[in-house]
Design a protein around this ligand. Structure first.
Ligand code: HEC
Length: 122
């Protein structure tokens, strides 16, 4: 009886250790993935936003950029950085209807770029 309890105790400790180890690993890799470069942000805007928010939108429904909001140049990106973060990662209602299928990872990448101060290089 005593022995049985003791064994269960050891089992619990072992499980706890395994759990802690895996949590630490998961956390570590989440941090490593932290891409926040200008290049990553540029590519994401090109793929998911420029269809509408550009000097010459390719989406037929928007012959001119909605609200005059364009992300063509680095200066435009900087100017709208905080709004880009809010609409993609907080409100999550851009891209409009998510036609281009922007993923959660991509939203986080954009948000990280903004929170890193929206660097314009590299
Ligand atoms: C299919 C067209 C379309 C696409 C693609 C699109 N938007 Fe928009 N966007 C709109 C429309 C329409 C509005 C104006 C209505 C509104 O604000 O919801 C707008 C407004 C905005 C505004 C200005 C209003 C504000 O909240 O400051 C921002 C910023 C914005 N979008 C960000 C983005 C970002 C970032 C992407 C890409 C991840 C994106 N949009 C993709 C159509 C689009």
């Amino acid at each position: 009886m005593t022995r049985g309890l003791h064994e269960w105790g050891a089992w619990g400790t072992w499980q706890g250790l395994v759990y802690l180890t895996f949590s630490a690993l998961a956390l570590g890799s989440a941090c490593d993935r932290g891409e926040s470069s200008y290049r990553a942000a540029r590519a994401l805007l090109d793929r998911h936003c420029l269809g509408c928010h550009s000097e010459r939108p390719s989406v037929k429904a928007f012959p001119i950029a909605p609200g005059g909001v364009r992300f063509d140049t680095p200066a435009d990106m900087k100017k709208y950085a905080e709004r880009i973060r809010v609409r993609t990662a907080v409100d999550r209602n851009m891209p409009l209807l998510n036609k281009t299928g922007m993923t959660d990872d991509e939203r986080e990448t954009l948000a990280r770029w903004v929170l890193a101060g929206a660097p314009l290089a590299p």
